[in-house]
Design a protein around this ligand. Structure first.
Ligand SMILES: Cc1cc2nc3c(=O)[nH]c(=O)nc-3n(C[C@H](O)[C@H](O)[C@H](O)COP(=O)(O)OP(=O)(O)OC[C@H]3O[C@@H](n4cnc5c(N)ncnc54)[C@H](O)[C@@H]3O)c2cc1C
Length: 496
């Protein structure tokens, strides 16, 4: 007789953990099973060392405010991401206040977010970007400066030994965040693990899944310690398997997943643990992406606090890979191709040849060349202080496109079966920062009747007071929400 669960969460990354916490709070009687193929939560992209830990709020990421050929800057993406990050901050604040998450310093720390550029054209862009953003209430505390002395105070390592002949500029928001998503995820799962009707099964891999005639799912699991294969029946499955969500979506056979493909991109960082150097930089400093680089390759020099330990990180250096997970197989990409997605994958591949060449070039870079890129941001960097570390894998979405056959996308997409019994999360940007908004989408689309029920509505409102209203359009609400989250998560700093 197969085991039963109301909900099966595939993967113990930040997405499944967030969905688990939301569902548990909405209905404590739900029987939730989380299955993870590795030995514990947050071992893939959600681990602190596998991502950049930027609480993406649109403060410093220049790729969120693209400029068109006529020089117009579009701030809508930055505004949207900022509002969505505030939703995450609200849930985390509530969890801290309830004692379900520990002291905020264990997973989130205030780290000013700066954008830094040099050269006349880039300075003009940043100035205009600041003019536009600072008029919006969500960005009202962003400060702009071209004064090298001011910039030196904000980021001494970046400004040391910089030629006075080249114009420079930066913007700064004091209450940006560095998030240890690994610690956050592990705390969320630990909280869930202490609740009734929740079970985490590690070393347990989903091999296959089939929808039964009555609409429930039969999920085939393998205990990777004993090789035992067995089945669990469930009313709802969430494929939060990171890069491996795509092949599982194909296995589910739902028509909504047809035509999707994946383009994996690996990453590397330079990491510095020398306490003398680390103590001199307290910021996330984002620059402009090199010409031809994908949006996730924007260089940045960051303070990181992972497991309570401070370090500096520079990168990412993107690379070409065929694996869908860090622990995946080189055959992942080939195995993910099928009759339904071969056309979009070939179309997107042909359309993005320069990107593939760029990634291969990046992957073949020498340490000397990586240090050269770092010295654009930290001119006095010494090679001995920096070592190379492997980041997590991203699988970018490939979709059907009527003109080109297929197109490559850099965002996140939630695919839901028509009956709402299965949801899958594809893509990785803006990623963990907006996990709460993404998982609320899953709930709205998969549990529409219950989500409208007054009990659920009231409960969501307790966790996320702004729920159902727009932080982007309501300055008063946004100010009240931010005052609370900055205080609850101790993100407020004195201005420099
Ligand atoms: C280099 C890099 C930098 C990033 N920087 C940022 C950043 O600065 N800010 C930000 O917000 N986001 C960032 N992200 C994105 C963020 O890390 C991801 O969006 C987020 O961690 C994804 O969480 P997840 O739960 O979907 O996936 P994961 O954390 O990858 O978890 C998926 C889990 O599923 C498990 N699994 C896979 N297949 C199976 C199976 N068949 N059966 C059972 N379990 C399975 C895996 O072992 C894994 O534990 C970055 C990502 C990368 C790679």
């Amino acid at each position: 007789m197969a085991e039963q669960a109301d909900v099966v969460l595939v993967g113990a990354g930040t997405m499944s953990a967030t969905l688990g916490v939301l569902l548990r709070s909405l209905d404590p009687s739900l029987n939730i099973m989380m299955v993870e193929s590795l030995d514990g939560p947050a071992r893939e992209s959600s681990d602190g060392w596998n991502n950049a830990g930027t609480g993406h709020a649109g403060y410093c990421e220049l790729n969120y405010t693209p400029q068109d050929q006529d020089g117009n800057i579009d701030i809508s993406k930055a505004v949207n991401i900022n509002a969505n990050f505030e939703i995450s901050l609200q849930l985390w604040s509530w969890l801290v206040e309830q004692g379900h998450l520990p002291e905020p310093e264990q997973f989130i720390n205030p780290t000013p977010h700066l954008s830094f550029v040099w050269g006349e054209k880039n300075v003009a862009f940043l100035k205009k970007r600041h003019e536009l953003l600072s008029q919006h209430h969500l960005f009202q505390d962003m400060v702009y400066s071209e004064d090298p002395e001011q910039l030196r105070q904000w980021m001494p390592l970046v400004m040391a030994e910089r030629s006075a002949d080249t114009p420079v500029a930066a913007t700064r928001v004091p209450y940006g965040a560095d998030v240890d998503f690994g610690a956050l995820t592990r705390h969320l799962v630990q909280y869930l693990d202490g609740q009734d009707h929740f079970e985490l099964r590690t070393h347990t891999k989903v091999r296959d899944l089939k929808q039964r005639d009555n609409g429930t799912w039969s999920v085939e699991l393998e205990d990777t310690h004993t090789d035992r294969v067995y089945r669990v029946r469930t009313r709802f499955v969430f494929l939060g398997a990171g890069g491996a969500a795509l092949p599982l979506l194909h296995k589910s056979g739902i028509p909504e997943g047809k035509g999707y493909g994946g383009f994996p991109v690996s990453g590397q960082w330079l990491v510095c643990r020398n306490p003398e150097v680390v103590a001199q930089h307290e910021a996330k400093v984002y620059g402009k992406a090199a010409v031809g680089a994908p949006p996730m390759s924007v260089p940045h020099l960051d303070t990181r606090i992972i497991g309570g330990e401070r370090s500096l990180l520079f990168g990412p250096f993107a690379g070409f890979t065929t694996k869908f997970l860090k622990s995946g197989s080189v055959t992942d990409l080939m195995k993910s191709m099928n009759v339904g997605n071969v056309k979009p994958m070939v179309g997107a591949g042909l359309d993005n040849m320069p990107l593939t060449v760029y990634l291969m070039r990046e992957a073949l870079q020498s340490q000397k060349s990586r240090m050269g890129s770092l010295r654009d941001y930290y001119p006095q960097a010494r090679s001995d202080d920096w070592e190379l570390a492997q980041a997590g894998q991203r699988v970018q979405i490939i979709k059907q496109d009527p003109k080109k056959g297929g197109k490559l996308e850099f965002g996140t997409e939630i695919i839901v079966s028509e009956d709402g019994s299965l949801a899958a999360l594809l893509g990785a940007s803006p990623g963990a920062s907006t996990a709460v908004r993404a998982m609320l989408d899953v709930i709205e689309r998969c549990f529409p009747k219950r989500q409208k029920n007054p009990d659920w509505k009231e409960r969501i409102g307790e966790m996320i007071p702004s729920y159902g209203r727009s932080l982007a359009d309501d300055p008063q609400l946004a100010r009240a929400v931010r005052a609370r989250t900055l205080s609850a998560l101790r993100l407020r700093r004195r201005p420099a």
